[in-house]
Design a protein around this ligand. Structure first.
Ligand code: GYE
Length: 623
């Protein structure tokens, strides 16, 4: 090596070291002395080749830069699971206080993430979740919804909903690619005039997409629109169409919607893409929640599902302006109008307490109305809040349908509506975000516990299901989730089901009616909540039956009363559904009023309990 080159290399190394950088086992780190900072956050990225992943790291570093007492140490797994596992170990050796990880492979990284979490190092999983729930927080997009938005956009662009679509699937086979494709198909399958052909690409790079599209000379003659599940691929497709003089004939939709030169939004504004569907990285939110977790602040949920937007030339400027709008918490007192379902269960009472306590903690003015399980009363309360010009309306809806009219009134009055605890079937634009549980998962967990703990003997295992209120989200989804696992286990069958309206008396009545019309022949009772399970237990005992022993009972909510019933041996399992929605709800409201974009869904943390841990856990139960 020439003397001059040698000197240059030595000079570069000196600058590198002077700036405190070093390479620590393949991880580029800035020499950080723990005494210099409050927290060191390790970031393990699946790879730094895909544009979306680079954007995530940049966003994390940009947000962390606002906090002088925080350092970020990153590792690039180069798409290797083995390397990502080693990266995580090195970051732990480095002494990080919290791990942010975007896994190369969800299932193969599940154990590593769970090990870190169980060692007591907080973990935020991003983009693709791992299996199970052994982490502090998941932040990611709803890729199926992004695909649906792409499909709706395609239908709008294909006049009359007719034409042939070419779908370019970047990183074909990845979970993200599959989910976007499924969402897209779920929309276009309702349009018989639309047909779709697929081209799978190995990566999300622009040039291979260009080559693939340019080579399709014959195929392109019948194509009206291209849907690419990534903007770089969409850009490559556009350039190929331009070189084939087809850019005027064939429209291109992309995904991701980044804002840099020749990225999604810019390409839309330049008329090269007809639209792009944004897929926010969540990097900013990850740093903010990391700080909440490290400072042990309340309001941190289990999952944050980010909102995506369809960006056209007509709304691109407005979209960019909204992104640039800095959130500003002026600390003013916010008035919240809350329409509650009623007081039907212990869960509901705990939920109400949590909301009222959190309103005080977050200095909110809370107007509160209990709807006594009447939609009419809830709608009347919402109209009162509109008239009183509250800042935010929160609804825990007794049923999923029949809200459009009053929500349109709230929208016209400029009052945002947050759905708490339960969801509704209404236009996406009528509500801002949903805070609550994953009821489908709760139903799955109930059946998973049963198949592990109640084995078929002679015949099939016979199940009696006590459902909640008809048409309520938890009822519909706990039923659906339970059945999802049940159908994989043919030796279990639901022999009777009825509604108990989530009340103690409702559960009791279902059992009494069954006993009055049948000789008891049931092995298991699956109750959609504790109150109905406790009512059922009373009815069983009144008829000389032995709940918890001859009949296994699984319930949902995991209230203190359920824990006591498990300790007494009368209830066998309680699947948790946290009513403590107050802190994440009030945190979300404060963020929204300060101008932050609201996530699509905010999902709470939940576990499964049974008689083996009831005595220990009951001591610390908050509800
Ligand atoms: O399980 C039940 C309450 O909406 C999740 O409603 C809530 C359900 C809960 O009455 O106890």
């Amino acid at each position: 090596m020439e003397k001059r080159t040698k000197l240059l290399v030595i000079l570069l190394i000196m600058v590198f070291v002077f700036l405190g950088y070093r390479i620590y086992n393949g991880v580029i780190t800035q020499t950080v002395y723990k005494s210099d900072v409050e927290y060191v956050i390790g970031v393990s990225q699946a790879n730094m080749r895909e544009a979306w992943r680079v954007a995530l790291i940049n966003e994390i570093q940009e947000e962390a830069g606002k906090y002088p007492n925080i350092r970020i140490v990153t590792a690039d797994a180069t798409s290797s699971v083995e390397k990502q596992e080693k990266d995580v170990d090195r970051l732990l050796d480095f002494g990080i206080d919290l791990l942010i990880i975007s896994p190369c492979d969800s299932s193969r990284l599940t154990k590593k993430v769970a090990d870190v979490y169980q060692e007591g190092v907080p973990v935020i999983v991003m983009d693709r979740s791992v299996e199970g729930f052994d982490y502090n927080l998941f932040i990611g997009p709803d890729n199926n919804l992004i695909g649906k938005q792409g499909g709706e956009c395609a239908v709008r662009l294909l006049e009359g909903g007719k034409g042939k679509i070419l779908e370019l699937r970047a990183t074909a086979g990845s979970l993200q690619s599959e989910e976007r494709s499924q969402g897209f198909d779920s929309v276009i399958r309702d349009y018989p005039g639309i047909e779709k052909t697929v081209c799978d690409l190995k990566n999300d790079m622009k040039d291979p997409a260009y080559d693939a599209v340019f080579a399709m000379e014959e195929e392109l003659k019948r194509v009206s629109l291209i849907f690419a599940n990534n903007d770089s691929v969409a850009f490559g497709a556009y350039e190929a169409l331009k070189d084939r003089n087809l850019a005027e004939k064939i429209k291109v939709i992309g995904c991701d919607g980044f804002t840099g030169e020749n990225e999604g939004v810019d390409l839309v504004r330049k008329g090269k893409l007809a639209a792009t569907i944004s897929c926010p990285t969540g990097g900013k939110e990850a740093v903010q929640y990391a700080i909440n977790i490290l400072r042990k602040e309340s309001g941190v949920p289990k999952q944050v599902i980010l909102r995506s937007h369809t960006i056209y030339p007509q709304n691109a400027s407005e979209y960019l302006a909204a992104l640039d709008r800095e959130s500003m918490d002026d600390g003013r007192r916010i008035t919240v109008g809350y329409s509650q379902v009623g007081q039907e269960s212990q869960w509901r009472l705990a939920n109400t307490r949590s909301i009222q306590e959190a309103a005080r903690e977050f200095h909110m003015e809370l107007l509160f109305d209990s709807g006594d399980q009447s939609q009419k009363k809830q709608i009347e309360a919402i109209r009162r809040y509109i008239k009183e010009k509250v800042d935010v309306i929160v609804v825990s809806p007794v049923v999923e349908t029949g809200w459009d009219e009053v929500l349109k009134e709230a929208k016209e009055a400029g009052i945002p509506v947050v759905m708490s605890d339960r969801r509704i079937e209404a236009g996406e634009d009528l509500t801002t975000t949903y805070i609550g549980a994953d009821f489908l998962e709760e139903g799955r967990r109930a059946m998973r516990w049963l198949k592990e703990h109640v084995k078929p003997e002679q015949g099939n295992v016979r199940i009696l299901e006590i459902q909640g209120s008809e048409g309520a989200t938890p009822t519909e989804e706990r039923k659906k989730g339970f059945f999802e696992i049940l159908k994989e286990n043919p030796r279990y069958e639901i022999v009777y089901t009825d509604y108990g309206d989530f009340t103690y008396d409702g559960g009791k009545k279902v059992i009494e009616e069954y006993i009055n019309s049948h000789n008891w022949d049931v092995d298991i009772i699956y109750s959609h909540n504790d109150d109905m399970a406790l009512g059922a237990i009373e009815a069983l005992e009144a008829h000389g039956l032995n709940p918890g022993k001859d009949i296994t009972i699984v319930s949902v909510d995991a209230t203190k009363e359920a824990f006591q019933a498990m300790i007494d041996g009368k209830l066998n399992c309680a699947v948790e559904c946290s009513p403590l929605l107050g802190p994440p709800l009030m945190k979300a409201i404060r963020d929204m009023v300060a101008g932050k974009e609201m996530p699509l869904r905010i999902i709470t943390e939940e576990k499964v309990y049974d008689q083996s841990d009831a005595e220990t856990v009951i001591k610390n139960r908050e509800y």
